[in-house]
Design a protein around this ligand. Structure first.
Ligand code: IMO
Ligand code: MG
Length: 406
């Protein structure tokens, strides 16, 4: 069976935690998009791991992981991450493989990415990891894939600094390089987890363009990124937080007001540890945006939603969520494409009572306080999508299933 885990908001929804949790029953994990712009945090007991490129199944000693063909891979960042894992006792050798169709990030691309964003009239606030530059080189047909590392003529044509850089990593990359489609075929009867990066609203096509990343973070990207066809995907899980966050620039209609709601803003940011794992930037925080979430369900065929960070709301008297936008005096429920419209959108909020108790030890839906269930039931109805998994804390096991995943 093949299960896809995507972000259903603007990234940082807890995809890494979910992939780690679900990987227990998988044989293989494939990360299908993005690069070192991602930051996936996994907490096991007193240990915290931040992964950027390596798929989140790596922490189990018996899982095989693949970096997919939709990814852009900075070899320097990859080998630093693998060294970090080794130093922390995670033995990865022989079980990390990379698609020969994945593209490589060169140091020059990282610099170009930063320079280009700094020069933009309306900067995107990229992570500066060379992501956009590498994906544009790919579309220009000037990119370098792992498969090209032993294409002598192509490598000869590169600048000296590029050659020197690739030379350092070439042998190691080649030893991990695979034909991903053939590997997927080999594993066709196994449980495979496909791990997305970023989120539905940061997807190049379905996101809030141009304030997006450059990869395919949508569920359709899972098929392409793993080298299989879309009919091979069995289930799509969309991870979202009980509230919204966004890092970098671009519209966010439900963002809390820093001046008039500074208490709520800072409470959510601090309790939710809403600081970028990759860049350390404080994340923008706001109400759950159901207009955007329903759009994400529709554009990604989400079968089940996965709700994380519900416990962050444990102490609030009252909770609000956005059920429509008001744009130029009109009520809008379909997520707009225009940045101008999104910038003007004012959230129409619905109130819910708080539950005022800790959810940390809840492992059954019916054991949750009624007001917490009311919030979840409303989300399900609004999005016409069931919430199948709920996370009530940072730890791997602070999670419960309402229905079987595999
Ligand atoms: P994970 O996988 C949150 C954002 C950046 C910026 C925009 C473009 O951890 O959820 P880029 O460097 O990709 O060209 O930046 O996208 N961004 C993310 N925000 N989580 C991520 O990944 C992100 N990856 C990129 O902040 O606004
Ligand atoms: Mg992140």
């Amino acid at each position: 069976m093949k299960v896809v885990v995507i972000g259903a908001q603007w990234g940082d929804e807890g995809k890494g935690k979910m992939v780690d949790y679900l990987a227990d029953d998988a044989k293989v994990v494939v990360r299908y998009a993005g690069g070192a712009n991602a930051g996936h945090t996994i907490v096991i007991g007193d240990q915290q791991y931040a992964l950027h490129l390596v798929p989140s199944g790596i922490l189990y000693p018996d899982k095989t992981v693949y970096l997919g063909m939709g990814m852009v891979i900075d070899p320097e960042a990859l080998f630093n991450e693998l060294q970090m894992l080794k130093d922390r006792g995670i033995n990865w050798e022989g079980r990390v493989f990379i698609s020969d169709r994945a593209h490589l990030v060169l140091p020059r691309y990282r610099e170009l990415d930063k320079k280009r964003d700094a020069e933009r009239k309306r900067p995107i606030g990229t992570t500066g990891r060379g992501i956009g530059t590498t994906y544009s080189m790919k579309s220009e047909r000037d990119g370098i894939r792992l498969a090209d590392l032993d294409w002598k003529e192509k490598i000869e044509d590169l600048e000296d600094a590029d050659k020197e850089f690739l030379n350092k990593y070439s042998e190691r990359l080649i030893s991990m390089r695979v034909n991903l489609t053939a590997e997927m075929y080999k594993h066709r009867n196994d449980n495979i987890l496909l791990e997305g990066a970023q989120g539905a609203l940061l997807d190049l096509d379905t996101g809030t363009y141009p304030y997006v990343s450059s990869g395919m973070s949508c569920s359709a990207g899972a098929a392409i990124g793993a080298g299989i066809g879309p009919r091979s995907l069995d289930k799509i899980l969309g991870v979202f937080k009980a509230y919204s966050t966004r890092v970098g620039n671009g519209p966010m209609p439900t963002e809390f007001c820093e001046e008039t709601q500074s208490e709520l803003y800072h409470y959510v940011r601090e309790t939710g540890r809403e600081y970028g794992v990759t860049t350390g930037r404080p994340r923008r925080c706001g109400y759950l945006d159901l207009v955007a979430l329903r759009y994400a369900c529709q554009t990604n065929s989400i079968d089940e939603l996965v709700l994380t960070h519900l416990d962050i709301y444990d102490t609030l008297d009252e909770i609000e969520a956005c059920v429509a936008y008001e744009i130029d005096g009109q009520k809008v429920v379909d997520f707009p494409t225009s940045i101008e419209a999104l910038n003007k959108a004012k959230p129409v909020l619905q109130k819910f009572s708080g539950w005022k108790q800790s959810l940390k030890n809840c492992r059954l839906y019916d054991a949750m306080p009624k007001s917490a269930r009311d919030y979840v039931d409303f989300i399900e109805k609004y999005c016409e999508t069931p919430v199948g998994i709920i996370s009530v804390g940072y730890e791997r096991n602070d999670t419960f299933l309402r229905t079987k995943v595999w």
